[in-house]
Design a protein around this ligand. Structure first.
Ligand code: ATR
Length: 279
């Protein structure tokens, strides 16, 4: 019997739950655009089965994986080699299987930076930035943001200890501090506020700091959805003239993964346009 999985280069996204993921659509559009013959699958895997599932995928013509919630930290220790950015972040969102080894990378930070700089024209250099949340998503983006030399970067989180731990991890890279939501320092409104909490996924809006927003504040939600997210609604209600969801970061981090796997960089603009139209 002819088994397709043994001849076509396989890729996929592994998460739990994962059925909502747009990655298969994005990677199929990239493959079509660049004439790459690949298969991209949705792989729902529980935390207990993660290692077994990764090894099994690797053995059956798996060439690479995207790793999503809740596995980004756990998969770190399955990697034989890590990129510098993954090692700094402590979280991995992309695996490349090469010569029997597992290479781990993190394309979230570069994906966000590209979306901000190229697609949205937002300057991070010299900006004062507030990140809401201190989980895996914040770990992935803090290093790349600090490397762009913002004036300051404040991490506000419900659980202050987690924000403080990130500050200790990243403070050698630039000016970063931690606080709870009700103690966000506001000497002037922030240039950029990034929501990296998962609160919106549960339909919740934590007590985000209202004084941090002005008409000139660019509000960016790492979450995205068919309808405006709770954070993007909150931002507009509090006067932000620019409030966007993370569709651009999603497509840009995918393009970086695709480039790692196939050596070709897809054009993200038409795919982003199509995602927003079909969203
Ligand atoms: P991810 O990988 O998406 O970052 P995570 O590591 O579980 O997921 O982190 C989720 C983040 O959202 C955390 O900062 C969490 O706050 P705590 O550290 O206090 O748990 C934040 N979060 C989730 N639900 C929240 C809510 N209802 N209110 C405030 N913060 C919330």
């Amino acid at each position: 019997m002819h088994d397709e999985t043994l001849v076509i280069d396989r890729y996929g996204v592994m998460g739990y739950p994962v059925s909502h993921s747009r990655s298969p659509v994005i990677h199929r559009l990239f493959a079509l655009q660049t004439s790459q013959d690949i298969q991209y699958e949705l792989l729902q895997v529980t935390p207990e089965k993660l290692e077994q599932a990764v090894r099994q995928f690797q053995r059956t013509n798996g060439r690479g994986l995207n790793i999503t919630v809740p596995h980004k930290r756990a998969v770190f220790k399955l990697c034989d080699q890590l990129s510098e950015r993954a090692s700094t972040a402590g979280v991995v969102n992309t695996l490349v299987f090469q010569e029997g080894e597992v290479f781990g990378d993190n394309t979230d930070g570069i994906g966000l930076l590209r979306d901000l700089a190229v697609n949205l024209g937002v300057n991070v250099d010299g900006a004062n930035i507030l990140i809401l949340g201190a989980g895996g998503a914040t770990s992935g983006i803090t290093g790349p943001l600090l490397e762009m030399q913002p004036r300051e970067l404040v991490i506000a989180n419900r659980t202050i200890d987690k924000a403080q731990a990130l500050v200790e991890h990243f403070e050698k890279l630039g000016p970063v501090s931690a606080c709870p939501f009700n103690m966000v320092p506001v000497t002037e409104p922030y240039d950029l506020i990034i929501n990296a909490t998962s609160a919106g996924l549960h339909g919740e809006t934590p007590p985000y700091p209202e004084a941090a927003v002005s008409a000139n504040t660019f509000c960016y939600d790492l979450s995205y959805g068919l309808k405006p997210t709770p954070f993007s609604l909150w931002a507009r209600e509090h006067g932000a003239s620019n409030s966007v969801m993370g569709w651009g970061m999603l497509v840009e981090q995918a393009a970086e993964s695709f480039h790692l796997w196939r050596g070709i960089r897809p054009d993200t603009a038409p795919v982003l346009k199509q995602m927003k139209i079909t969203a």
